[in-house]
Design a protein around this ligand. Sequence first.
Ligand code: UD1
Length: 349
Amino acid sequence: MKKRIFSIVGTRPQFIKAAVLSRTLKKSSKFIETIVHTGQHFDSNMSDIFFRELAIKSPMYNLNINGKSHGQMTAHMLEALETIFIKEKPDSVLVYGDTNSTLAGALAAAKLKIPILHVEAGLRSYNKNMPEEINRVLTDHLSSLLFCPTQTSVHNLNVEGIREDVHLVGDVMYDATLYALKLIDTNRALKEKFVFLPENFALLTIHREESTISLDGFQKFLNYVNSFAKQNDLKIIFSVHPRTRKFLENSQISLNNLILIDPLSYFEIQFVLSRAQYVLTDSGGLQKEAYFHKVPCVTLRSETEWVETIEAGWNRLWSIEHYKSRQDIKDYGHGDAASKIVKIMEAEL
Ligand code: UD1
């Protein structure tokens, strides 16, 4: 009988990663995958569109848990996932990244002694003010198989005493970009939708909790972005996350110099990235995706988990003026991270 893998997803980046792995899992004779959507992201352009575009199979359950404090969200998800796991008895639970959905999935599984498989294990910012840092540290310490995207992430786990069942597999986000690249170049609808893109532009995204707490802090980002645009003779395309939209509502902050757009689908953002001169972002995923498209990035944070993008001169923190000298990054693999993960699962589970 096939082993039952339950994938827990809830946010935009998790849908993208799960799509890659789902496609590969489908080809395995050993596993059958079931998807559970926590509902953390729920707007159509933050959720449904990814399921449609990336042909992810419909979730068996959608918990519809969102818009709560961190503790409440994680607790409600934990309770609901435990009930599902008791009923469905999965053989393993697959979690992605570092969101509240990741931690809730890992905790629910751990309490029922179900093996946890963590994709994107070992990343660290060493900044506990980020809810994501807490989620990823705890998830790693509960996991049975840890799939690391980079050498640094393997090392980080090592330092914390996690040395067994740690696998360096490369980055499933790179698999996803290669898949998208085949489709976007010839896609006429994308070309038509984005005819408005200026000749020279930078893509801007800001959505993290720590970036959207203080209006003063946000204004500092904008001042930086505006002077960056002036210096480099660029227009700024700002894709506005729902958290950021809510935060800016009723504020006096002026976004007049920016071209605002709604959140994009996966193929859309890959298309825009492939045409951008720069990326300015506080997102984790975009820092690497910028590199995949060979677009220089400025990270609007005080640290990053993706240190190799900085070392290789494709990324810099906004507090640091210059890039290091540019080179290729080997860590992210060759677009075969998902097949490596499934092979390890076949051998170990
Ligand atoms: C979450 C993750 C973060 C990840 C990001 C990807 C945590 C702690 N953070 O942050 O690691 O990088 O997703 O995007 O889990 N909202 C909507 N519509 C939506 C989604 C959210 O209106 O479709 C609103 C929520 O109600 C909330 C705010 O946006 O008020 C923030 O949502 P939240 O679920 O906390 O996650 P993100 O900020 O997206």
